[in-house]
Ligand binder design. Sequence first.
Ligand code: HEM
Length: 413
Amino acid sequence: MELTASLFLFLFLLPLLFLVLVFLNVSPSPSSDKLPKIYPLKGSSFALLANLKRRIQWTSDLIQLSPTATYVLHRPLGLRHVFTGNPATVQHILKTNFSSYQKGDVFRSTFRDILGDGIFNVDGDSWKFQRQQVSSHEFNTKSLRKFVETVVDMVLNDRLIPLLSEAARKGTILDMQDILQRFTFDNICKIAFGYDPACLSPSLPEEKFAEAFEEAANLSSQRFYFPFPIIWRIKRKFDIGSEKRLRIIVSEIREFARKIVKDKKREQLNGNSSLESVDLLSRFLSSGHSDEEFVIDIVISFILAGRDTTSAALTWYFWLLSRTPRVENEVIREIKAKSEAPVYEDVKDMVYTHASLCESMRFYPPVPVDTKEAICDDILPDGTAIKKRHKSRISPIRDGQVGEDMGTRLGGV
Ligand code: HEM
């Protein structure tokens, strides 16, 4: 019955709606020629569709055209997305008025298959609980820091550096984005699970788990591009196309994670304690979490959190360094001044390297958009009125000539 209603909506109401939109193609004039026109009912959705492939840059451009650095995008049927790069507004949403801006139902249902009830996909008590766990003593001990340092040191010295040295010696061209994704995947799997996928072995092997992760994250994000969520929901219900593929790989990922959780539990029961036992999964298990599915959700969230963010940050960073030799030389000088192989404590004092990394992430944010949903009406510090269920998206403001600017800006550091 529910399925018939969905089909009716899809096949009959959507074309009807489209015709209505075409007939009502009356455009109120926006305040600037460069801003998208806003039409009754369909809002600016065609402008969004036209810029889908460059949507981050497009929204960044819109924000820059706005005197308040906040732009309200009109979606069909009166929906609003508020894009902002205004610092006071960002602080209001993420900090001061944090409890009024949540992930919301649309986000949660879109990512539920892959993230389950992991920290990235929950609000309220469940979020608070997981957040408290992550901030707890268990996760902030010297032993965890030492473990992270040991893992990164191993993957760096035994894998990444030999691979890069060999390529430099032979003059081989490497895809740095792929190499850095392998680097961060090996690191995060060891830190989260105590499991070593060895993606960065010299033969650069295909790693099913890593590829499944990549595909599942992409397919889940693509659900956002459907103009109406009902379309992916129908595909999911019929188990067809991309939704069928997503179901298969998510179950592969969970199966894989389940095996690791089981092995870890067995290891703990047998009292096998080693350096490997201080990984995040062991910490969750030893702090009393016995619900296997929940532990899997948490660990999957950590892998997603740590993998693409760090590899995207490093890829852009090395690309920018390669275009700005002056900054590259300064970074090398600072590293060499510390020691041959700087450790965690040394890294904290590397002011120039830190500043150049921050500048690189400002130009190319690894998480370019952070979406929240208002749970009540509100007025943002820049004066924008927010209605309950409006989406607010925190977007970067990209100004200046990327690359050349990094050198100029860091000149005075
Ligand atoms: C360059 C690297 C990284 C960037 C740019 C980054 C960025 C972000 C952003 C934008 C958020 C959302 C914050 C919000 O909406 O309030 C977030 C949340 C989070 N990140 Fe990262 N992240 C990075 C690396 C990592 C790593 C390595 C881990 C752990 C292994 C991690 C774990 C988390 C967790 C657990 C959350 C959820 C926090 C919460 O909801 O309270 N992140 N990160």
